[in-house]
Design a binder for this molecule. Structure first.
Ligand code: G6P
Length: 473
């Protein structure tokens, strides 16, 4: 069997904060094994790391092999804080006013990917399956091909694909298209993302849409499909049921939100909606509290510092207005919470708020559903901007973060929903979350990639055959 080699900027390393990508892939890698290659600006911080050739260390201690490609810290900042998170992240999340393009960001982004390609190429065996993750590594396949790598290479974008109009904000957009085309299979979260990608390619005369559904850009043929990412639902359900974490006081109704403190998550809108709820539903004052967990992230980027200040101010304002001696309406935690505690808190909360302004999938929506007690489940309030909306939107309550009053009314409806309806909606969502879990996601992607690999092997055998041996059609 071929070995799976995963490449992503971040990988699970002890105290590293984890977003959706690491959580999902770690679940997949722990079951199947393989090699995970990440990027590390400062190898000294890695406990137990051992030298592994030029610019690389290996990090033992997991159920799979881990290698960190070591890069200079200042170039890492220009690549990670700069091009990845000040150009591509706002671009993909439609926050064009936050894009900051600098030539040295792009240069560092390309240089780090070239350096990473050299490390990956050194570890790669001819029959390995290579799966690259996320916007940090758009040029990696091109850099690997330049190193002579011929393996099948898959790519999965965890965040939304930019729209056909927004893509023009990127300087050198055709290079970006050409980077993408060096992959054999490009996985996106939703059908909506696939439509955006098709619209983007359609704008360029070098694109050709082939009869078998694949795409040709310049001299490369590749495929773009959606593979909605899942969670290890059975395990999370289990952790939630066993967790000892408690929301106190129990007599109160609880609303929960939990994410990285990112401007794409719509947190200010959510706090405003909660304030509006307390203002309009006077009976709820003192009876419902909102626990918002927002773990700090990318704090050296200005936009993240600003959103943090805004949230502190907003939660202070709502609390100042509605608090009482024994009542704090908003409990705002600006830090992460361990996964087992989080699972228990989700299980106890009456309402889970997942109301981003833009989001690739949003695994919290799925975790909230998985964590619920099927006999007395809470209600998921979801925005149409989360990728999860494509799978769960029919059964969740839908809130529009751009309409604060509508969102407040939706939260009120969630708090009032009768048990029977809660069970019915939850059952439908739980089925989807359990069936389309993380193993289903990685298997579907890897099967599709394997099919591409076999297809192109077959073609290359055909090309090598003398003309009279070819099968005519
Ligand atoms: C999102 C991205 C991931 C990223 C995670 C955490 O889920 O898709 O690629 O790892 O956020 O962000 P960070 O910048 O801390 O790695």
């Amino acid at each position: 069997m071929s070995r799976l080699v995963v490449v992503s900027n971040r990988m699970p390393l002890g105290s590293n904060p984890s977003g959706g990508l690491v959580v999902a892939l770690q679940d997949a890698m722990e079951k199947g094994g393989g090699l995970w290659i990440g990027v590390q600006p400062d190898a000294d911080v890695l406990e137990g790391a051992e030298p592994a050739g030029e610019n690389a260390v290996s990090v033992p201690g997991a159920n799979f092999d881990r290698v960190a490609a070591v890069v200079p810290a200042s170039a890492y900042d220009d690549y990670y804080l700069g091009y990845a998170n000040s150009v591509l992240w706002p671009l993909c999340h439609g926050r064009m006013e936050l894009i900051e393009q600098r030539p040295h960001y792009r240069a560092a982004y390309e240089a780090i990917n070239s350096r990473l390609a050299k490390v990956v190429a050194r570890f790669l065996r001819p029959d390995d399956i290579l799966w690259v993750h996320d916007y940090h590594h758009l040029p990696l396949a091109a850099a690997l091909r330049a190193e002579g790598v011929q393996n099948a290479i898959g790519f999965f974008l965890h965040i939304p694909f930019p729209t056909a109009a927004n893509i023009h904000a990127v300087t050198g957009v055709e290079d970006v298209m050409s980077w993408i085309s060096q992959y054999d299979l490009v996985g996106l979260q939703t059908q909506r993302d696939v439509s955006s990608a098709m619209d983007v390619f359609r704008q360029f005369p070098d694109s050709q849409f082939l009869m078998d559904g694949s795409l040709r850009f310049r001299n490369r043929t590749f495929e773009i499909k959606s593979f909605p990412i899942g969670i290890d639902a059975a395990a999370f359900r289990d952790i939630a049921a066993r967790s000892r974490a408690r929301l106190a006081p129990r007599a109160r109704r609880w609303i929960i939100g939990a994410e990285r403190l990112d401007y794409s998550k719509g947190l200010p809108h959510r706090l405003r909606a909660f304030g509006k709820l307390l203002e309009t539903e006077i009976d709820l004052q003192g009876a419902v509290s909102f626990l918002q967990i927002a773990s700090p992230t990318r704090e050296d980027v200005q936009a993240y510092r600003e959103i943090r200040e805004e949230l502190e101010q907003l939660s202070g304002a709502v609390n100042g207005r509605f608090s009482d001696i024994n009542y704090t309406p908003i409990q705002y935690l600006n830090r992460g919470v361990p996964r087992d505690r989080l699972a228990g808190l989700f299980r106890q909360a009456d309402v889970g708020l997942v109301t981003p302004l833009a989001d690739g999938m949003n695994l919290v929506a799925k975790e909230y559903v998985a964590a619920q007690d099927a006999e007395d489940p809470g209600v998921l309030v979801l925005s149409g901007f989360a990728g999860a909306h494509e799978q769960l939107g029919q059964h969740a309550l839908i809130a529009n973060p751009y309409d604060i009053e509508q969102m407040a009314r939706t939260i009120a409806a969630a708090l009032l929903m009768p048990l029977e309806e809660r069970i019915e909606r939850h059952q439908a969502m739980l089925r989807i979350v359990m069936e389309q879990d993380v193993a289903w996601w990685s298997e579907s992607f890897l099967n599709a990639l394997e099919a591409k690999r076999l297809g192109s092997e077959f073609l290359s055998i055909l090309k090598r055959l003398p003309d009279h041996d070819r099968v005519s059609d």
